[in-house]
Design a protein around this ligand. Structure first.
Ligand code: MRU
Length: 343
């Protein structure tokens, strides 16, 4: 595991600015919850588990400020900040999960909350890394020797506390000597695959071949890939999976071509409050992300664009959901409920 995207240092939060990778690896220091919410919204940090961990440290910063200003009533005065933080991005449930866990933690604190909340945020971070390592082992166990794998977006160390979900499985499968070749698709428009997944894998000495997203079905048709392995931003109670836009078309094509489809996500990404994927809010971002490439306009002047950044893959197209609690094959409501009962 080569990269730690989030760390508490010098009384504040440090985030690697993922917008600059792979050209530049720069950390930004945060000491206010408003700035942390902006960092989440503006994609300095991205990926569901990483967003959750960042939010947990954001709650620490908020509590510190409110306690300093209003030691007798800080639990009341912090509420607006938590609402603002929760609204930074809509699809990744880890954001709300982490804020809720921090809220439960501060309910019982007497006096200065800093130490207890910081310990809780660090625990959330450490548990995420441990979950990723466990999922890595479990997911790699499903992969047959000699397989080639295609992944989408970035579900690696950068998107989590460390090690990664989908990339954790790929890392573990590579270490077990099972992987013939790793493919990553570019993942337009933010290019998380080309910029982040490729960078991470190469840092670990794992060769990676990039493909345009439009090449995925043809790759499958040629028999060049046996598994699609992806992460998730939110998994519904019936096993429907929200993930980066483009995941759904990979799952449809995988089923058509007899390629297996694995989703790797910690239980903090499972939202048993939503019955199916139809209830998951899907973030739509600015059209400029499609009309421009960086600062340069590339689309024809006058073209408009629709830019949903997540989609939902129905459970019926998923061969396995891997969490730190185990593997759910052919997920459905009953199997998800049974798995979540251990959490
Ligand atoms: O818009 P992003 O980059 O935050 O989207 C990230 C993804 O969709 C990831 O695949 C998902 O969060 C899983 S990360 C372990």
């Amino acid at each position: 595991m080569s990269v730690i995207p989030i760390r508490w240092h010098d009384g504040g939060l440090k985030l690697i600015d993922q917008r600059l990778l792979p050209g530049e690896s720069t950390e930004i220091h945060y000491d206010s919850v408003a700035a942390v919410a902006d960092a989440i919204r503006d994609m300095v940090v991205r990926g569901a588990p990483a967003i959750g961990i960042t939010a947990a440290f954001g709650v620490v910063l908020a509590a510190r400020a409110h306690y300093a200003e209003n030691p007798d009533n800080w639990r009341e005065s912090i509420k607006d900040d938590l609402t603002m933080l929760a609204g930074a991005r809509p699809t990744a449930i880890n954001l709300l999960w982490a804020i809720e866990r921090m809220r439960n933690c501060f309910a019982d604190i007497e006096g200065d909350p800093l130490e207890s909340l910081l310990a809780e945020a660090k625990a959330i971070h450490a548990e995420d890394i441990a979950a990723n390592q466990r999922m890595g082992e479990l997911g790699a166990g499903l992969i047959e020797s000699g397989s080639s794998i295609l992944t989408h977006c970035n579900a690696g160390a950068l998107a989590t506390g460390g090690y990664g979900t989908a990339l954790g499985v790929i890392r573990s499968a590579v270490m077990a000597g099972k992987v013939e070749q790793v493919f990553a698709d570019e993942t337009r428009p933010w290019l998380q695959g080309a910029r982040l997944t490729a960078w991470e894998l190469l840092q670990d000495g794992i060769p990676v071949s990039l493909i345009a997203e439009g090449a995925a079905s043809w790759l499958m048709h040629q028999g060049k890939v046996q598994w699609i392995v992806v992460g998730s931003d939110r998994i519904a109670a019936n096993g429907d999976v929200a993930n980066k836009i483009g995941t759904y078309q990979l799952a449809v094509s995988a089923r058509h071509h007899g390629v297996k489809f694995m989703v790797v996500a910690p239980t903090s990404t499972v939202d048993m409050q939503v019955a199916s994927g139809a209830e998951i809010p899907i973030e739509t971002r600015t059209a400029d992300e499609l009309l421009k490439c960086g600062d340069k306009t590339v689309a024809a002047a006058g073209a408009s664009a629709w830019n949903p950044v997540f989609d939902v893959t129905p459970a019926a197209l998923v061969d396995a959901i891997v969490t730190e609690q185990g593997v759910v094959e052919k997920p459905d409501r009953e199997k998800m409920l049974a798995m979540m009962q251990n959490v």
